[in-house]
Design a protein around this ligand. Structure first.
Ligand SMILES: Nc1ncnc2c1ncn2[C@@H]1O[C@H](COP(=O)(O)OP(=O)(O)O)[C@@H](O)[C@H]1O
Ligand SMILES: [Mg+2]
Length: 261
């Protein structure tokens, strides 16, 4: 379980987080919403230990992140997968290289293992046919073609799937998605939402999804937390969010539910 307790963070004179508290139960999907620039990415970076708080703390599975030494932080990070804003794939690398890069950098050089793990995660994001539906030869042929492709050969939705596949390497317990549907058309956005929901169910992971896409929220969230002016203005279920009478929540929902239609 992840617990954020009274988190404060400023950059120079600019205060971004001024007392954020949040509990993220295991096995659920939580959407963190809020206006552009309100600090969602800054918050998520604290959850994975990329930023240290000025005060307050983030506890993951009983461990306070900013107090961990490098080795313990590394171990904790093995339980976390991160889907970056944009797809953040390396343009000059193939699909295979993009997916296995972090394993390779961590010293895993067993090519059979890298190949099997890449194939597993790429298949689980729906980029390969279901092995039950095709012959082994056809599955392998599809894989051989896809594995050599560069990000520029792929559609936006496929690139996003490769980004998700990369996060699934090592079977993490927590998956963080930073604006997974931003920049995608509505149909592709819905497909990515379905993927997030499917993975949450199949892998029983905890998904933390940063978004300002209200369609996504109502499709995938078990819980919603809304960040505003440095703290959590709302925490609850999507149904509770819908029933809110708070003016700024209504305004936010109105704006981000219609902007893509
Ligand atoms: N490393 C940094 N140094 C200085 N300012 C930062 C840094 N990271 C984020 N900020 C500022 O913090 C605010 C929140 O940013 P961010 O978390 O990226 O917003 P969003 O909610 O859109 O993800 C912005 O004003 C941004 O300029
Ligand atoms: Mg952001």
């Amino acid at each position: 379980m992840i617990e954020v307790v009274n988190l404060h963070k400023s950059f120079g004179p600019k205060t971004v987080l001024s007392g954020v508290s949040l509990k993220i139960p295991d096995g659920k999907t939580i959407c963190i919403i809020g206006k552009s620039g309100c600090g969602k990415s800054v918050l998520i970076k604290h959850l994975v230990g990329l930023l240290d708080p000025d005060s307050g703390y983030v506890e993951v599975d009983g461990k306070i992140i900013h107090k961990l030494n490098q080795i313990d932080l590394f171990e904790l990070r093995m339980k976390m997968g991160f889907v970056f804003q944009g797809s953040a794939l390396f343009d000059s690398y193939t699909v295979f290289e993009n997916v296995v890069l972090s394993m390779y950098e961590h010293g895993i050089r067993d090519m059979d293992y890298l190949e099997a793990e890449a194939k597993r995660v790429i298949a689980s994001v729906g980029l390969l046919p279901d092995p039950d539906d095709v012959t082994v030869e056809n599955f392998e042929r599809e894989w051989k073609i896809l594995r050599e492709k560069k990000p520029s050969d792929l559609s936006g939705g496929m690139r996003k799937r490769v980004g998700v596949a990369r996060a699934l390497v090592g079977s993490p317990k927590y998956i963080f998605y930073d604006e997974p549907t931003t920049g995608l058309d509505p149909v592709t956005s819905e497909q990515i939402d379905n993927l997030i929901a499917d993975l949450a169910q199949k892998l029983n992971v905890t998904s933390i999804v940063i978004t300002h896409d209200m369609f996504s929220v109502f499709r995938i969230a078990d819980y919603v937390a809304m960040l505003n002016n440095g703290s959590m203005q709302f925490q609850g279920t999507p149904d509770e969010l819908k029933k809110s009478n708070d003016e700024s929540i209504l305004e936010f929902m109105d704006r981000y539910s219609t902007c893509k239609l």
